[in-house]
Design a protein around this ligand. Structure first.
Ligand code: NOJ
Ligand code: NOJ
Length: 408
């Protein structure tokens, strides 16, 4: 179903969903953000295997080459949110514009593919041109105003967007350096952006923007871009999860009902007070939360693999120990195993709400009934669920290595 949403109509577009009739209108468009993130996940769940990914990725690159040069009556076409399929014309109706996360995420996806081609000794010049054009916009305009990823509020300082810039610029710099180009400018802009974003951790959690404080987009950022700041092992991540878990528990009756019934895990959504399709948990964000736990487990298991197990310093690890209920004297291995369990609890809870629909995963889960709702078969949902499972698989491999070492 995921693959079926790539290279749509043979033109390389990634459809947000094939559902023509959702509470937000048709989803039969190529959204730049959904596509960049879903292509990244597609590469990674396929182990970055060039032969596997090449057919869809060549077409995606063709598509990007077309849409980057479409005339646009509203904004610079690089910061348009969505495009018609198959023409690639920017959507011309009223919409929240601009959306500035698009060009960075697109350049990031193309850069990841470019590195695979370069490793195989193939020509990457056309991909490099695509990346440069998008990042020219980012390096010059990263402080400018735009809509959030949920296409609702305006700010020039969204945590998600800034962390997406940081991540994307660094990936593009890796690509540049691999092909003998200069990645220095991308790295230096990325480090300026990184400094600008540290202040988002305040009052015990990371906030998305001043006008939209608690937002599941932050959890997505920790999972996807967190290697550069406040990553999945950080105390800031644990503190943020703690605050958000309470918020989304209060927000969604289904969470409270299942907790009362003794079912572990939690479903999270966009933000408290959301009213899109009633304001519900989101599959793609719940999967991102599970991924944060799996990434934390993976990193901590690596630590044990390299250094042996050791008792946690209760001060340095206070946030994680508190979040996962670990007592003084607990070890790094115990923390890692608790993180795995927490990830599994979240994924199992999620599975319980999507497993009746024959593998189809939608955008939202009704906060009262627990049934899937809103856009059907959302590409970004598949991307995040499969990506979380991929990270879990990696963590399980390391766990096996650690256990055989510890008990041999
Ligand atoms: C409002 C929703 O909250 C937003 O995410 C969506 O994209 C637009 N409506 C259009 O469907
Ligand atoms: C609405 C979501 O709020 C937005 O983030 C997404 O890009 C579109 N739907 C398409 O999936």
């Amino acid at each position: 179903m995921y693959k079926n949403n790539l290279n749509v109509e043979g033109v390389g577009a990634v459809v947000a969903s094939r559902d023509p009739d959702t509470p937000g209108g048709s989803y039969y468009y190529h959204w730049m953000r959904d596509a960049g993130l879903s292509i990244k996940a597609w590469l990674e769940i396929n182990d970055n295997n060039l032969d596997t990914v090449k057919p869809e990725l060549e077409k995606y690159a063709d598509w990007v080459g077309v849409v980057q040069h479409k005339p646009d009556q509203n904004v610079d076409v690089r910061i348009e949110p969505k495009f018609y399929i198959p023409s690639g014309d920017p959507y011309d109706g009223g919409w929240c514009r601009p959306q500035t996360d698009g060009p960075g995420l697109r350049a990031m996806a193309i850069s990841k593919y470019g590195m695979l081609l370069a490793d195989a000794g193939e020509d990457t010049s056309r991909l490099w041109d695509l990346v440069k054009l998008d990042l020219e916009w980012v390096t010059a305009n990263w402080e400018s105003n735009g809509c959030d990823l949920w296409e609702e509020v305006q700010s020039n300082d969204f945590y998600f967007n800034r962390m997406a810039f940081v991540y994307s610029l660094n990936v593009a710099a890796d690509f540049a350096e691999k092909i003998g180009q200069d990645g220095g400018q991308y790295r230096s802009v990325a480090s300026n952006i990184l400094e600008s974003v540290r202040g988002h951790y305040t009052n015990g959690y990371i906030y998305e923007s001043t006008n939209r404080q608690q937002d599941g987009a932050v959890i997505h950022s920790i999972a996807t871009f967190g290697e550069f700041l406040y990553g999945p092992t950080s105390s800031e991540a644990a503190d943020t999860i703690k605050v958000y878990a309470k918020t989304f528990c209060d927000e969604y009756p289904i969470n409270r009902e299942e907790i009362a019934a003794g079912i572990p895990g939690i479903l999270i959504g966009r933000y408290p007070g959301d009213n899109y399709a009633g304001g519900n948990p989101w599959q793609l964000l719940t999967a991102a939360l599970a991924e944060v736990f799996y990434l934390g487990a993976e990193a901590n298991l690596k630590n044990v693999k390299d250094n042996g197990d050791f008792v946690l310093d209760p001060e340095a690890n206070e946030s994680w120990m508190d979040l996962l209920g670990l007592a003084k004297g607990a070890t790094m291995m115990e923390l890692a195993l608790r993180q795995m369990e927490a990830g599994d609890a979240v994924m199992t809870r999620l599975y319980g709400h999507v497993n009746k629909d024959g593998g189809r995963v939608d955008e939202q889960i009704d906060k009262n009934t627990g049934e899937q709702t809103s856009a059907e078969g959302l590409t970004w949902s598949y991307a995040n669920i499969l990506h979380a499972m991929k990270v879990r698989e990696q963590a399980v491999t390391i766990k096996g290595q650690v256990l055989s070492r510890l008990y041999m």
